[in-house]
Design a protein around this ligand. Structure first.
Ligand code: 6PG
Length: 247
């Protein structure tokens, strides 16, 4: 384990241990909140193992489904049922079977423009939170899940994109994604994602080692800048861990 300026890196043996550690941390956060719980999910392939684990008897029985709301940190601008749709992936693996439909909050993509979707999601988040301004004493989310892309993007905040500089808006449209899938995106911004008790990155596999090294080295990348107002945890499996971090 190593401690960065605002991130704690937790090394785990492999993808199964990574999913289990993430699931246990989410359950712990749920256990610490006796009221309404908000979880912001991530897209991409990294969280699939975790979502499948949450659907197993061991975990699903411990999730307070009637008090938990599910959001998504970014979305590809494709139909809700499209195989590339991030929320469709989470719904297919676990949400549709266990979460009340009214507790699933997808980013709408049935609009003409990503900006229009962003505006609709902003309104939905404002309504859920009960305010248009984030109060550091009252985080929007209990847990925000995150992944990191090969260029250092996280959610759909790409290096050099205007979304990276956003300090006020909660959600923005992204006209072009520089990495696959090459579809427009809608993404929560760094301040909205930061409004959580715990931000949890999942990083697995040798393909992530190079970008993780750059993040740890302090490069000015979206994933390196993303942090929670509470805890920021990077769960990293052995294959993704840079040489000098191995024990
Ligand atoms: C997306 C994501 C994106 C993802 C990273 C990592 O819509 O693609 O939200 O930010 O988390 O690109 O993706 P992998 O988990 O597939 O490596």
């Amino acid at each position: 384990m190593a401690v960065g300026e605002h991130r704690k890196i937790i090394a785990v043996a492999g993808p199964a241990a990574l999913a289990k550690t993430a699931a246990d941390r989410i359950l712990a956060r749920m256990g610490a909140n006796a009221g309404r719980i908000a979880i912001c999910l991530a897209g991409g392939s990294s969280p699939k193992h975790l979502y499948a684990l949450l659907a197993t008897e061991t975990y699903r029985g411990r999730i307070p489904w009637d008090r938990t709301h599910w959001f998504i940190g970014d979305e590809r601008f494709v139909a809700a049922s499209h195989p590339l749709n991030n929320m469709a992936m989470a719904r297919g693996i676990f949400l549709d079977r266990f979460a009340p439909a009214s507790h699933i909050h997808p980013i709408p993509t049935d609009t003409g423009e990503p900006e229009e979707s962003a505006e609709r999601y902003r309104r939905e988040l404002n309504l859920f939170y009960g305010a248009e301004r984030l109060d550091p004493g009252r985080p929007l989310f209990d847990v925000v899940l995150m992944g990191v892309g090969p260029d250092g993007h996280t959610a759909s905040i790409f290096p050099d994109s205007p979304a990276l500089a956003e300090t006020e808006r909660w959600v923005v449209g992204v006209r072009e994604a520089p990495v696959a899938p090459l579809v427009p995106r809608v993404t929560l911004t760094l301040p909205a994602l930061a409004s959580c008790r715990e931000m949890l990155f999942e990083v697995a596999g040798p393909d992530k080692r190079a970008i993780l090294t750059r993040v740890i080295d302090g490069e000015n990348l979206p994933a390196a800048r993303a942090h929670s107002i509470g805890e920021t945890i990077w769960l990293v499996d052995a294959a993704a861990l840079p040489e000098n971090f191995r024990g």
